[in-house]
Ligand binder design. Sequence first.
Ligand code: ATP
Length: 610
Amino acid sequence: MPPRGGGPRGPMGGGFLTEEEKANRPKVTWPLLKRVFRYLLPYWKQMFLVLCAIVLSSVLGLLPSVLTGRIIDEGLIGRNLDMLIKLILLSLGVTLGSNLIGVGENYLNNWIAQHITYDMRNQMYRHLQKMSQKFFTSNNQGDVITRMTSDISGVERVITSTFTSILSNSITLAAAVVIMFRQNWILALVGAAIVPLFVIPTRLAGKKRWELTKESQECNDEINGILNETLSVSGQLLVKLFCKEEQEYEKYKSVNHRMIRLNIRESMAGRWFWVVISTFSSVGPMLLYLVGGILMIQYDSSLTVGDVTVLVTLLGRMYGPVNMLLNMQVEWIRSMALFTRIFEYYDMPVEIQNSPDAIHPARADGNVEFCNVNFSYSEERQILKNVNFKLNSGHSIAIVGPSGSGKSTIINLIPRLYDVSSGEVKFDGTDVRKLDLTFLRDNIGIVSQETYLFNGTIRENLLYAKPDATENELIEACKKANIYDFIEKQELGLDAVVGNRGLKLSGGEKQRISIARVLLKDPALLIFDEATSSLDSISESKIQEAIDPIIESRTSILIAHRLSTILAADEILVVKDGEIVERGVHSDLVKAGGTYTELYETQFRRALEA
Ligand code: ATP
């Protein structure tokens, strides 16, 4: 049966569930269905049109089969040429009409699917944007992108293929059954009894073939694995040096042999499959002709040749929908699994969000206060323990401490990348959780260790902080960040491309651009996470020259690894194992003989001498 525009459609994938799919079978509940249909609701008018089109094209699609009966009885047997031509033209017209409706339905269907996926993608993106830092650090980035791309594209397929296929196949089947019973109930019953005879072997053969395909795919993977391992540059060297050529060859030969056996079995399963199908598809009509003939000749003189032909043709049209509807169960489960996965993401709570009565002060001064702050990323380990400190507007604090002591964690709490487990972080005297998030983040500028630049020009990266900055403001910021000399030397100046993630620039250049970016933002509080990675001494001194005057004039917190930065700050906090163990100024701390002295001896002084 050739596929038609608006008629029954085929399944989209294999008709059987894998073990993994069986294990993760979604629970199809009423709330889940309601939720899926809520996405369809805004398009109910278009959906209604699609439904009408499907009903119309499915029913019209069956009409030529019914007309065949009249062509035979009234046109051929009745020897009526006028009627014959009329019926043939009608049949052709109906087929054309059904196909044209199919085209319209297809367009509408795609339109709906595209709009629904557009809505879902936007909703997902908006939701992901609101997710906390914790979400991004604990989830695999690939998973997030898969949800955004292939899972939501899967929805498109579900709407254009699965939903409409279920509808159109059910309608075709129902209409075929009704017409058959109206035509002759005895023959209709015989036809209905034949359908399973055809469907069951088809499914059994299909399953066998599917299993063989799966097995041969595994075998193929194994072959590829062997090739990759033993014919790669280092792999072949290992094989040679350990004289394992024979052993590897035997291994390869045996898998290769298994592969050919599987391929032969697979293609033979295909043969048997067709033998079964063609046998049963001829047995069905023959049986109907036999029973129809007996009825016509011996019992029911009103039954015509045309009636029997109609029944045989309709029987042929039932096989496809029955088979597809059986596969549809699998498609249905897959579709629901897809929606369940997407909804799981939608349902992830937004941990950090504006409180309903968030405060939006008129201006910010940049005062920061930590009051008895405790924090842990996970239940197992407490990271910050009872952290207390105060930074007044116009002053600067340097945080020092061994790697992993919790310095970055402290600063992450200020713009609410994470929320405290207990205690309070205050910005200008108000708990950050009570402040408007946009206000808070607008007034904090962070130059992080891992500088992130978008793929684009230097200008575009700078304008990200202040889209309406004038040329002069850009140049001024670059001069202050000590990067203007470098920009001037570029052929395209500010329009030089930084490359993907800023890869065309050195670490020091990237950091100075990000300092310029933060200066353009002109925040009330500046946080600078000094890079631990070794920069050459020229880059380092350029960064130093840039930040020293900034520290002087701005409220700032610096995670410092270099003595010059530390010395520029008004107060030093020494963090160890998540606690502030010492605080004060350099001259006092260095004499105290504690953690700071140790850090000074091992890190700062050595860096100074180098
Ligand atoms: P460094 O100087 O090396 O940057 P740091 O003092 O800034 O170190 P933090 O990054 O604050 O240290 O990390 C403190 C502790 O918290 C470390 O033990 C780290 O392993 C852990 N940690 C950091 N980020 C996370 C996270 N997202 N999830 C779980 N644990 C984390």
